[in-house]
Write a protein that binds this ligand. Structure first.
Ligand code: NAD
Ligand code: TYD
Length: 352
């Protein structure tokens, strides 16, 4: 049997593929357009594995996805492909509309055609799993209850609005056409292979190169952090035993302010890679202009997936962030390759 993943050269998708190849005998096919965020170096250790195949392509390309369905007849598709960075969505929202909305729409259309032509027993087993974000629910106040699956959608950035739109399309293809879909809405991930434009890898990388650690606004915004392997395990649970048409919120029960996260990174680096002058990395922290429309707090009530699918995260924030920092210290060549000309242009545009 075979499964498709889209966006498997990105941060979460590549972690998912590495786990899959290690733990399953089932073939996995990765369809990725290789945007700035897609990096085949993440998948070097599996590139010769007979159970893994990479196809360079766009999820919005109807002919390509249709031909791949005909050729490989997968039992499931997991959609990781997206434009995923809020700050970039503020500069270039059109890329987000294209991939997150039109791309997902094309996957739904091609999946529906493929699924309709299957035999009854194969139709029953097919799954379309859409990987989404908690940001679709908007921003919480300090004392609000964490996001439940039943919360209304109140997206505030072009990124979250485009993901919200894709979630609605996925829901509609279940209710209108019966396509067996599953949707997951997860909190902020961190871990190996994350592109250093997001808070945690940006701060680790900047700390080591002696650059500033930029904190937007007052740094008191709250995110719920989940180690990426825990997210991958949750997706596997949902794929195998989730009820079709259902939405599952995934979170780590690790609410932290941004300033706390960055100070924790500094403390661990002070221990693992002390500076020659013995000063703390904290001295590199700099508060800068806030992100427009910056959501104040995200938090997840993950009781549904915990109770119904018996999933629980295995990393605490303390163990996960330590693993992550150690991974970046051990993989400086990977970091060096990622920090190319294109990346530098982004940093200049965003931070000067
Ligand atoms: P990422 O930006 O690291 O990777 C996205 C991948 O999608 C890249 O490999 C890129 O090349 C590919 N891609 C982009 N446009 C494409 C297209 N049109 N066709 C084919 N491939 C395309 O993102 P990520 O952090 O790994 O996130 C994966 C998914 O998880 C996204 O849907 C995101 O919304 C969701 N999510 C992410 C987080 C997080 O904290 N990173 C949290 C919750 C949900
Ligand atoms: P980010 O990693 O971009 O994820 P998201 O916006 O999807 O939550 O940002 C996490 C938090 O860190 C968010 O509140 C914005 C903040 N942040 C900074 O303070 N400085 C930065 O340089 C970046 C990239 C993010």
């Amino acid at each position: 049997m075979t499964i498709f993943v889209t966006g498997g050269a990105g941060f979460i998708g590549s972690n998912f593929i590495l786990n899959w190849v290690e733990n399953s005998q089932e073939k996995i096919i990765n369809i990725d357009k290789l945007t700035y965020a897609g990096n085949l170096e993440n998948l070097k250790s599996v590139e010769d594995n007979p159970n893994y195949l990479f196809v360079e392509g766009d999820i919005a390309d109807n002919a390509l996805i249709e031909s791949l369905y005909k050729l490989h007849q997968p039992r499931a598709l997991i959609n990781f492909a997206a434009e995923s960075h809020v700050d970039r969505s503020i500069h270039t929202p059109q890329d987000f509309i294209y991939t997150n909305i039109l791309g997902t729409f094309n996957l739904l259309e091609t999946s529906l055609r493929f699924w309709k032509a299957l035999k009854d027993s194969e139709q029953k087993n097919f799954r379309f799993l859409h990987v989404s974000t908690d940001e679709v629910y908007g921003s919480l106040g300090k004392d609000d209850h964490p996001f439940l699956e039943t919360n209304s959608y109140q997206p505030n950035s072009p990124y979250s609005a485009s993901k919200a739109s894709s979630d609605h399309l996925v829901r509609a293809y279940f209710h209108t056409y019966g396509l067996p879909v599953l949707t997951t809405n997860c909190s902020n991930n961190y871990g190996p292979f994350q592109f250093p434009e997001k808070l945690i890898p940006l701060c680790i990388s900047n700390a080591l190169t002696g650059e500033l650690l930029p904190i937007y606004g007052d740094g008191m915004q709250i995110r719920d952090w989940l180690y990426v392997n825990d997210h991958c395990n949750a997706i596997n649970r949902v794929l195998e035993i989730g009820s079709i048409g259902e939405v599952y919120n995934i979170g780590g029960c690790n609410e932290k302010t941004n300033i706390d996260v960055v100070k924790t990174i500094c403390l661990i680096l002070d221990e693992l890679k002390p500076k020659l002058d013995r000063k703390s990395y904290e001295e590199q922290i700099k508060f800068i202009k806030d992100r427009p429309g910056h959501d104040r707090r995200y938090a997840i009530d993950a009781r549904k997936i915990q109770n119904k699918l018996k999933w629980n995260p295995s990393e605490t924030f303390e163990s996960g962030i330590r693993n992550t920092i150690q991974w970046y210290l051990n993989n400086q060549t990977w970091v060096g390759h990622v920090l190319d000309g294109q990346y530098r242009q982004w940093i200049k545009k965003q931070y000067t």
